[in-house]
Design a protein around this ligand. Structure first.
Ligand code: R5P
Length: 281
């Protein structure tokens, strides 16, 4: 078995290979003169684990090319971050179901698919191949425990993320709560805490995606105003559009941690063990 990855997923791929005891095949990406992506991959043997997060259009094209270049082997596709998953239905007449379009294109010709904290598991059948989603509660709880906080509360920024917050909190014996999130526009959200006394306590917000950061910034401002001692943020996928990271820090969030599904200076825990274990089953 060999593991091979797109440019943005090399580090996680190497960690998955390490966890599987598999080799890494080279994938050399370049550009044609008109800007189109080109690829030359190294030798494979039998089964191939293809790893690629869909972070932007370039990473999507690279992943499609890589899958095609590996078509003669049995492909296990790992999509650590599936971009476009939030458009999982046509919210208005005339819109695409983008998650279906992207997953359908990626799943063609692959044997199995593994995703990490996909925004909604209802997207998985769109791959058209057996797909499973892995979650990182264990790695996140270990990271939070390492912060050495006294009785932190684990907060979901909306009700939909409460089961995730509870799963993390139960591993550390912490309290889990959720905030009421109202999305005012694509870039503006309002947060309220219903059942939470934040005074003098450390709050750790957990979310699947940190994109513009607006969700967590609004939550952090509210928590600080409510007297929280420290506000920390853990996102599985750190998309960090524009200056999101600076904005999050300016909002007074002390620690901002993400996994390596999208590699960045904020990657503090890895999806490799969970992915490798799903691939081994
Ligand atoms: C929303 O449903 C997601 O779970 C995240 O809360 C959201 O995508 C975060 O986006 P942003 O950082 O742009 O507020």
């Amino acid at each position: 078995m060999k593991v091979v990855a797109t440019e943005r997923s090399q580090l996680l791929a190497a960690r998955i290979a390490g966890a599987l005891g598999a080799g890494v095949a080279e994938a050399r990406f370049s550009r044609f003169p008109d800007g189109e992506h080109a690829l030359q991959r190294g030798a494979l043997d039998g089964e191939t684990v293809v790893v690629g997060s869909v972070v932007d259009a370039d990473s999507l094209v690279q992943l499609l090319l890589l899958i095609d270049a590996c078509r003669d082997s049995e492909i296990r596709l790992v999509v650590p971050y599936l971009g476009y998953a939030r458009q999982d239905r046509a919210f208005r007449e005339g819109e695409p179901v983008s998650a279906r379009a992207i997953a359908g294109a990626l799943g063609r010709g692959v044997f199995r698919v593994v995703t990490v904290h996909v925004h909604k598991e209802t997207v998985l059948p769109h791959f058209g191949a057996p797909a499973r989603n892995v979650t990182l509660e264990a790695a996140i709880a270990e990271y939070i425990a390492g912060l050495g906080l006294t009785e932190p509360a684990i907060l979901a920024p909306d009700h939909g993320a409460l089961s995730f917050a509870r799963a993390v909190a139960s591993r550390g014996g912490w309290e889990a709560e959720y905030l009421e999130k109202t999305r005012i526009s694509g870039t503006e959200v309002r947060m309220e805490a219903k059942n939470l006394d934040a005074r003098g306590r450390d709050m750790v917000m957990v979310d699947d995606i940190i994109s513009t950061g607006n969700t967590l910034i609004a939550a952090a401002k509210m928590l600080r105003a409510a007297g929280a001692k420290g506000v920390h943020a853990v996102g599985v996928h750190g998309v960090f559009v524009g200056g999101a990271l600076d904005l999050l820090r300016n909002a007074g969030i002390r620690e901002i941690a993400c996994s390596d599904t999208i590699e960045s200076g904020s990657s503090r825990f890895s999806a490799a063990t969970a992915v490798a274990s799903a691939l081994s089953r």
